[in-house]
Design a protein around this ligand. Structure first.
Ligand code: NAI
Length: 246
């Protein structure tokens, strides 16, 4: 029970990596808010986990909207009274080569992956400052650290997440709040299902462990950074990529 009675918000918690994190955190004793756009999958996960007597709550939100994020935070506070952990996991891709990328697709990815992380953290952190305790975990990507063909918009947001993580670690450390990021490698979810098989086979071949990640690999890293086992870790970007680059 590494998260006993902690209240955790996991954005993008209805699918993929976020879903694995919801399952992992709730089975470690946390009260977990599945904060996601996807209502059907979020409600389905909520009822599956409640049947196992786990304490989870689905709240629909669009991280790109400040109003929607504030309303989610209000709902969490009225249900649980506090927030200990925020995992900024929601993210999207709209891939295209630089010369073909539309302004609309550029802006959409910025709105969700960059502004969404800002919106959620800005809405949650005042409550953490008040209690002098909090854990913020952001989701970067190997694409943000090393760049990736076809991902101008996405790589820009994931590099920006690293910058925000380090800035917030410096601003908030003295308030008792740890801010860290995880940079997943290519992980089997609906996000990578959209990628051509040829590309995925190549990615697998350059991973030193010779396999793609699974959502639980990333959820375990979130768990470490959300637990008090990492209380002296701050401003760190943890690569969980099977060893793509060293
Ligand atoms: P996914 O597509 O399986 O799940 C993403 C979830 O975010 C979905 O449930 C979706 O409804 C939700 N979401 C999307 N836009 C939203 C919005 N505006 N407001 C609220 N929720 C929204 O994706 P996956 O693979 O689980 O990705 C999770 C995170 O990990 C993302 O930040 C992604 O960029 C990052 N990541 C994933 C990698 C991979 O290979 N799958 C590699 C590196 C990073």
């Amino acid at each position: 029970m590494r998260l006993k009675d902690k209240v955790a918000i996991i954005t993008g918690g209805a699918n993929g990596i976020g879903r694995a994190a919801v399952e992992t955190f709730s089975s470690e004793g946390a009260k977990v808010v599945i904060a996601d756009f996807a209502e059907e999958q979020g409600k389905q996960l909520e009822s599956e986990l409640r049947e196992k007597n786990l304490d989870v709550l689905f709240v629909q939100l669009n991280v790109a909207s400040k109003e929607s994020v504030q309303s989610m935070v209000d709902t969490v506070l009225s249900n649980y009274g506090t927030i200990d952990i925020l995992v900024n996991n929601a993210g999207i891709t709209k891939d295209a080569m630089l010369v073909k990328m539309t302004e609309e697709d550029f802006d959409r990815v910025i709105d969700v992956n960059l502004k969404g992380v800002f919106n959620c953290t800005q809405a949650v952190v005042p409550h953490m400052i008040e209690k002098g305790y909090g854990k913020v975990i952001n989701t970067s990507s190997v694409s943000g650290v090393y760049g990736n063909v076809g991902q101008t918009n996405y790589a820009a947001t994931k590099a920006a997440v690293v910058g925000m993580t380090k800035t917030w670690a410096k601003e908030l450390g003295r308030k008792g709040i740890n801010v860290n990021a995880v940079a997943p490698g290519f992980t089997k979810t609906s996000m990578t299902e959209k990628m051509p098989e040829k590309v995925l086979n190549y990615m697998e071949s350059i991973v030193s462990l010779q396999r793609l990640g699974v959502p639980k690999d990333i959820a375990n890293a979130y768990l470490f950074l959300a637990s008090d086992e990492s209380s002296y870790v701050n401003g760190h970007v943890l690569n969980v990529d099977g060893g793509i680059m060293m």
